[in-house]
Every structure is written in structure tokens, then in C-alpha cells.
Design a protein around this ligand. Structure first.
Ligand code: CTP
Ligand code: MG
Length: 272
């Protein structure tokens, strides 16, 4: 099966990729760790760029790796590239208006890397990330060109997220929701424990959801949410909730799993 999408290009995607990956163990920053021979960040950006709504990708890279990341990502963008100094800018050549995704696995999840071509028509900007995920997202948000009214935030660590999930989140924002998150049902029983590890109670699982990225926002919502944030949040929708914005949910994807620990990386290797 082959799916054809019409290009809209009205969406900018922020990709926080400046974390160290402490839980993954010693090695390079997590976004630069290899999965089937390619950095997680390359997998993530390649899939985001295949979503036809996406016109711009802003990557928050480790501060000492901005140049390396720019070179790395230039190789997955088709057409002529131009690399600026700060922030790094990579722009591809003309785009023909449509993308065809081969059905060899890309449509329902991880897919074979061979099923993805280069991504023409998408502008890439690379900025230095910050000390926290929130600071990295803020740095990327500040670099979004004026013309983009919809902004998604997508963890580089969710390297195998299918382009269709990016489209679904963008569509929901375009349809009128100020904030949109992909979610999955929680499969484990969840218990609350006290400081000594003794169970306090069992939480009603039916009302819980595990939250993924990309999370999508009307640009003004994300800007206001970040401006108002006084403490650290693990996701951007949490900041939108704090300023009273209703957060809409769409079905997530198991392929959008976050690669956090060595076990996750091993699972991701098997998903190809
Ligand atoms: N991230 C970031 N800047 C930071 C910290 C995290 O851009 N200062 C990014 C990570 O690169 C990742 C995403 O935020 O793509 C989600 O964070 P997480 O999975 O926690 O990654 P790390 O912080 O790298 O991992 P750890 O917490 O195990 O160190
Ligand atoms: Mg972290």
C-alpha cells in the first residue's frame, strides 16, 4: 500500500536532543547513540521530515555538538544545502508537492530504514540546547521562523515515531485544539507508595494514560505556556495545563516508545 499526502508545510517541529542519556549508560549523548548504525536523532528527524505538514525542524543539540549535528542532518536532507553559523540553518531545494510513503513498514510503526527517502523541502535549524529538556525546548522555540503557526515538540529519544503520528497531532491542532498529545492506555496496575516503599493505594488505571510525543500546540499557546512556567516540567502539555489550556488527546503509537534504558534500545533494534 502506498499513501500520498498533500504537503501543507505549516508546521514547525522542535526536537529536543541535548540530553546526556544518563539512564542509557556511559557513552555519547543519547541522541547521537547508534540504532542500527545511525544516530537516534537521524532516525527521529528523518521520520518527522516525512510528515507532509512539516515545513521546518528545529533541533536543540548538545551545545558542543551543534556543528556536528548540522552536518549529520544535512546528509538526510535532499537537494542543495546551506549551512549558516548561529543558529545553524540547512535548507533543501524545491519540493514537488507530495510525498509517497512506501508501505514496507513505515506506515504502521518503525519501518525499515530503507523505506525512507531523503526529505526535500524541509528547513532544518540547529541550536544549542540547555541544561534541562524545558530549556532546550525554549531555545528551539525561540528559533522558529515567524511563518509557522503550529509547533510540535518531539523527543529525539522517540526515534521510531511514525510520520503518521506527526500528521495526526498536526491535524488535531489545525482542527482547532490549542494543545494535543498522543496517549496510550496504561497496561500495568499502578500503585502509589510512600517514602519507605509501602503501598498507599491503587490508582484507577482506567483513567490513566501514558503520554508520548510529538505534542502539538498553537504557537501562541506554547509560547505563553513556556513564558509562564516557573518550575520544571517533563512535558510541554504540562505547562499548557498550568495556564488553563484544554489538552486534547489522540491515539498514540507503540512505535513512538521513548528509548530511555538499554532494554529500550535493544527493543528498538528489533523493531526494524
Ligand atoms: N533533552 C534535551 N535537553 C536536556 C535534557 C533532555 O534536549 N537538557 C531531550 C533529550 O535529548 C531527549 C528528550 O529531551 O530527546 C527526552 O529526555 P530524556 O529521554 O530524559 O533524555 P535524556 O535527558 O538524555 O536522558 P536521561 O534523563 O536518562 O539523562
Ligand atoms: Mg532526561
Amino acid at each position: 500500500m502506498t499513501a500520498h499526502f498533500r504537503v501543507r508545510g505549516d508546521v514547525a517541529v522542535l526536537v529536543p536532543a541535548a540530553g546526556m542519556g544518563v539512564r542509557l549508560g556511559p557513552g555519547a549523548p543519547k541522541a547521537l547513540r547508534l540504532l542500527r548504525g545511525e544516530p537516534l536523532l537521524v532516525h527521529a528527524v528523518r521520520r518527522v521530515a516525512l510528515a507532509p505538514s512539516v515545513g521546518c525542524i528545529v533541533v536543540a543539540a548538545p551545545a558542543d555538538a551543534v556543528d556536528d549535528v548540522t552536518v549529520l542532518l544535512s546528509s538526510i536532507v535532499a537537494g542543495e544545502t546551506c549551512v549558516a553559523a548561529e543558529p545553524a540553518l540547512v535548507t533543501s531545494g524545491a519540493f514537488d508537492g507530495s510525498v509517497a510513503l512506501d508501505g514496507s513498514g513505515a506506515l504502521d510503526g518503525a519501518g525499515a530504514s530503507g523505506g525512507f527517502g531523503a526529505a526535500p523541502g524541509v528547513r532544518l535549524i540547529v541550536v544549542a540546547g540547555g541544561a534541562s529538556r524545558q530549556a532546550s525546548v525554549a531555545a528551539a522555540l525561540a528559533a522558529v521562523p515567524d511563518e509557522f503557526g503550529i509547533v510540535l515538540v518531539h523527543d529525539a529519544a522517540r526515534a521510531l515515531t511514525p510520520p503518521e503520528l506527526v500528521e495526526a497531532v498536526a491535524d488535531a491542532v489545525r482542527g482547532g485544539h490549542g494543545a494535543v498529545i498522543p496517549v496510550l492506555a496504561v497496561v500495568d496496575t499502578i500503585k502509589q507508595v510512600d517514602n519507605s516503599g509501602v503501598v498507599v493505594g491503587t490508582v484507577d488505571r482506567s483513567v490513566l494514560r501514558a503520554v508520548q510525543t510529538p505534542q502539538g500546540f498553537r504557537r501562541d499557546v506554547l509560547t505563553s505556556a513556556h513564558a509562564a512556567a516557573v518550575d520544571e516540567h517533563t512535558d510541554d502539555a504540562g505547562m499548557a495545563e498550568k495556564i488553563g489550556v484544554a489538552v486534547h488527546t489522540v491515539p498514540g503509537s507503540e512505535a513512538a516508545m521513548k528509548i530511555t534504558r538499554p532494554f529500550d534500545l535493544a527493543v528498538a533494534e528489533l523493531l526494524f
